[in-house]
Design a binder for this molecule. Structure first.
Ligand code: PBG
Length: 330
């Protein structure tokens, strides 16, 4: 039908002619309901530490993070994703500290939950903050052992759920982890713990600033995560990953990185019609911020980028700029 329309009966500029009409016909919006704020918290730190490659983003000590979470919640943001920076002395090749139910992240979750009970806490499941080699799993003869890692991830997930994490987010890319974690959650009576699967997580260099921020890049060295994270060149494989994770019990699936992967978000949403999140990762944030800092781009490009995520089909986006965007929108 649409192809029969002709100028001047149809002038697409009519519906662009004032801001009121543009507002009425707009298809997508970005609100506080769409944004999740990732936060770095550092064991043993008092106060805050700036992260050089991520201007405006800090590592928080347990003493300073509560105030930050209160501010985030007061802006109407519904959820935070916590990333711990662990004392290097507690790291080992198996990531043992990850399964200690009295570790730094478990205590942080309890404290934040008791201070700001309404905020939904997303907690990552992967061993990289805890391993001396910086990989997401247990290393045997230079190989990340899938099935040994599963046992560790299950224990880590239960510890996080016991501490009060609302959403468990496996970011490790081991095969079968959603199934194993879901089964353990059911068996331990965590029937309402939400599983947010980093289903299509690519082996991306856009994670660089994050790895520096959590102190895993120096441990990782030149070693890559290509044996478990997805090949940047693949599309079908992303749909395969999502299908498996949904069958295994994921409630929400995620695509990561974000901006250069909008095609994947769009395909996942169109194919499965399930809640689909995206992660605008550290490198994307650094890229935008450094250009804005140099006055090569206007600061509104950040909100523009979030609108593009919504247009592609993302239901919510993890973005370091969440707080800043909401302040700007208000
Ligand atoms: C760890 C993890 C990573 C990110 C989130 N969880 C890094 C990685 O896989 O090496 C990256 C987030 C970002 O770059 O902002 N499993």
């Amino acid at each position: 039908m649409i192809y029969k329309r002709k100028f001047p009966n149809t002038r697409l500029r009519r519906l662009r002619s004032s801001s009121n009409i543009r507002d009425l016909v707009r298809e997508h919006n970005v609100t506080a309901n769409d944004l999740i704020q990732p936060l770095f918290i550092k064991e043993g730190l008092k106060g805050t530490e700036a992260i050089e490659q991520m201007p405006g983003i800090f590592r928080y000590g347990l003493d300073s993070v509560i105030k930050e979470v209160e501010e985030i919640a007061s802006l109407g943001i519904k959820s935070i994703a916590l990333f711990p920076v662990i004392d290097p002395d507690k790291k080992d090749p198996e990531g043992s500290e990850a399964v200690n139910n009295n570790n730094f992240i478990c205590n942080a979750i309890k404290e934040i939950k008791s201070a700001v009970p309404e905020i939904l806490i997303i907690s990552d499941v992967a061993l990289d903050p805890y391993t001396t080699h910086g990989h997401d799993g247990i290393m045997i003869d230079d190989n990340i052992d899938n099935d040994l890692t599963l046992d560790q991830l299950v224990k880590q997930s239960i510890a996080l759920a016991e501490s009060g994490a609302d959403i468990i987010a496996p970011s490790d890319m081991m095969d079968g982890r959603i199934k194993a974690i879901r089964k353990a959650l059911e068996n331990n009576n965590f029937k309402n713990t939400i599983l947010l699967s980093y289903a299509a997580k690519y082996n991306s260099k856009f994670y660089g600033p994050f790895r520096n921020a959590v102190g895993s890049s120096s441990n990782l060295g030149k070693s890559s995560k290509a044996e478990y994270q997805m090949d940047v060149a693949n599309v079908d494989e992303a749909l395969h990953e999502v299908a498996l994770d949904l069958n295994e019990g994921a409630d929400i699936v995620m695509v990561k990185p974000g901006m250069p992967y909008l095609d994947i978000i769009s395909k996942v949403k169109d194919t499965f019609n399930v809640p689909t999140f995206a992660y605008q990762v550290s490198g994307e944030y650094s890229m935008l911020k450094s250009a804005i800092h140099n006055k090569w781009l206007e600061s509104s490009v950040i909100t523009e980028s979030l609108m593009c995520f919504k247009r592609a089909g993302a239901d919510a986006v993890l973005t370091y700029a969440a707080k800043e965007i909401i302040k700007e929108l208000n």
